[in-house]
Design a binder for this molecule. Structure first.
Ligand code: SAM
Length: 323
């Protein structure tokens, strides 16, 4: 798809470039905030799966930059924003970056160390695996990212804090809802206006972190499995009867963002100048080392008729993946 054609077909893509956001996802977080006021009183945040960084930009613009500009910020610590992703990300003012895999315990430890014994007020996770198109598979891998996020949450979120996580709606949505409900009395699945209706994506907005009494983060997976097993579920109120029949769980689902605003599934005409020309903007910050970079280089080289040394390429990539 050409740039102008994408600008026409995807209004949030165009608006993101106009407003200086690295990705259209920025609007999703902004629209969730409009509904749930997630930034109120927030001083410490973790942005999981942050690249290319539009959510981190939102956090910087909403929390860090106002505090920096405010007169009386001198005697207070500036907000702490820690962003993690597998991919490297161009710097953002006020955001500490960690490159790593959130499913790896060592990455979680690095994040926790940045908080130096303090707790976060908010954890956001917009993680997405490379989508295969097989919904069950994509939903499963996505749920693994959420559980990795929840592991970090149980170590780092203060009681009363919030967790926002991207989910893929599917057959296990009720199970995920029940798992999140173990830790948050209030869980809503929200669909921001900027998230296409045609996408199975939604966001779990989990409020008022309250782990079960005596909870030890090391027991997390045992506890979650208990919700997932019919025999062990009886004493967990939202899942008795294995989520079926009269005990079926009804998940609060909320559309958010200005509902009379832009529809992400519609095409909008492009604004043209007096000569009838539309000037498309460049992306705000292209990814600095995207995983597809190598493939593009190879495609370009083969288009130019260059001999590709596949043995060398295989060796290079196996060296890279072992780092
Ligand atoms: N919120 C980001 C923004 O606004 O720019 C967009 C996030 S993008 C949809 C999903 C990100 O999840 C990708 O950058 C990907 O590298 C990251 N990701 C996927 N699996 C991950 C993992 N296991 N650990 C860390 N990051 C991961």
């Amino acid at each position: 798809m050409g740039k102008a054609s994408r600008d026409k077909r995807d209004i949030y893509y165009r608006k993101a470039k106009e407003e200086g956001w690295r990705a259209r996802s920025a609007f999703k977080l902004l629209q969730i905030d409009e509904e749930f006021n997630i930034f109120e009183g927030v001083k410490r945040v973790v942005d999981l799966c942050a690249a290319p960084g539009s959510w981190s930009q939102v956090l910087s613009r909403k929390l860090y930059l106002p505090a920096k500009l405010s007169q009386d910020s001198n005697d207070e610590d500036p907000p702490l924003i820690v962003a993690i992703d597998l991919q490297p990300m161009a710097p953002i003012e006020g955001v500490i970056q960690v490159q790593g895999d959130i499913t790896n315990a060592r990455t979680a430890e690095v994040v926790i160390r940045h908080f130096d014994g303090c707790k976060a007020d908010l954890v956001v996770c917009d993680g997405a695996p490379d989508v295969t198109g097989l919904h069950d598979m994509d939903e499963f891998v996505q749920s693994q990212l959420i559980l990795a996020g929840l592991t970090i949450v149980t170590h780092i979120l203060r009681e009363g804090g919030k967790f926002i996580a991207k989910i893929f709606r599917g057959k296990d949505t009720s199970l995920l809802y029940c798992q999140l409900k173990l830790f948050f009395p209030l869980v809503t699945f929200a669909k921001p206006k900027s998230s296409r209706n045609s996408s199975i994506e939604a966001f779990a907005v989990c409020e008022n972190y309250s782990p079960p009494e005596g909870f030890n983060p090391r027991d997390l997976h045992r506890l979650l499995e208990k919700v997932g097993s019919p025999s062990g579920a009886d004493d967990l109120d939202c899942s008795s009867g294995w989520l079926e029949g009269p005990n079926k769980v009804y998940i609060p689902f909320l559309a958010c963002g200005d509902l009379s605003g832009y529809d992400s599934d519609r095409s909008y005409p492009l604004p043209r100048n007096s000569e009838g020309v539309y000037q498309s903007l460049n992306p705000v910050q292209p990814p600095i080392a995207p995983p597809y970079k190598r493939a593009l280089e190879m495609k370009k080289a083969s288009a130019q008729g260059a001999q590709i040394d596949f043995e060398k390429l295989a060796l290079d990539s196996s060296n890279k993946s072992s780092v």
